[in-house]
Design a protein around this ligand. Sequence first.
Ligand SMILES: Nc1ncnc2c1ncn2[C@@H]1O[C@H](COP(=O)(O)OP(=O)(O)O)[C@@H](O)[C@H]1O
Ligand SMILES: [Mg+2]
Length: 234
Amino acid sequence: MENHTYAVLAEKLKKVYHLYKEEIVALKGIDVTIKKGEFVSIMGPSGAGKTTFLNLVGCLDKHTEGSLIVLCANLASLNERQLHNMRRHHLGFVFQEFFLIKELTALENVQLPIVFANEYKNLPWAQYLLERVGLKQRMNHQPKELSGGEMQRVAIARALANKPDILLADEPTGNLDTKNARDIYDLLRQLCNEEKITIIAATHNVKLAYLADRVIHLREGNIEKDELVIERRF
Ligand SMILES: Nc1ncnc2c1ncn2[C@@H]1O[C@H](COP(=O)(O)OP(=O)(O)O)[C@@H](O)[C@H]1O
Ligand SMILES: [Mg+2]
């Protein structure tokens, strides 16, 4: 198997949380391969293991057993500095809660990761990204002056600031109404097609999930179904 064509290669991936004396097996040994450039939905009810999977791929947490290779890096063998580099240079994150800095403008929020990476020469990229997500007219607005859909667009632009290979989105439309949720998914679809970004997005919204190329159904820590979306159903 040519590893470099894969964004994610997970084998018998298991995650156990320890809560007091209780063991919670959030992922029970799943096998998943995600190709570069794929747009994959992770579907499943609350507690299925969606966030756990995204956090493991995103190097925000460590798996317990099995193997997890992300962009050719075997995560179990990386030290903290290398994991930090993965997060900073190769992975972008979008969350349900947006997590924008409320004192900063849209533009400053998107510039922040570029500043942290000491890539000042790339600051104009932040402007391009905000235009790309349809916020050319909102760059100098603070989050409180933006709608939920607009805030999530800023968060997506920020997630793309350091040109990640994989964008991880955890219920990105959980706080949005139907129209804005659909618009955000259309944007993700475009970004995947045009910018060749691998997108892995958790949702429990069936209609949105099937806008991806593939839908992986998780239930109680197992893969219940893994289906390619041949025709757009909605
Ligand atoms: N930090 C944690 N400590 C203990 N248990 C956790 C933790 N995070 C998640 N869990 C448990 O792991 C299971 C999967 O959770 P999660 O991945 O958040 O599911 P989902 O995102 O699909 O709702 C649930 O039973 C949840 O209660
Ligand atoms: Mg979750």
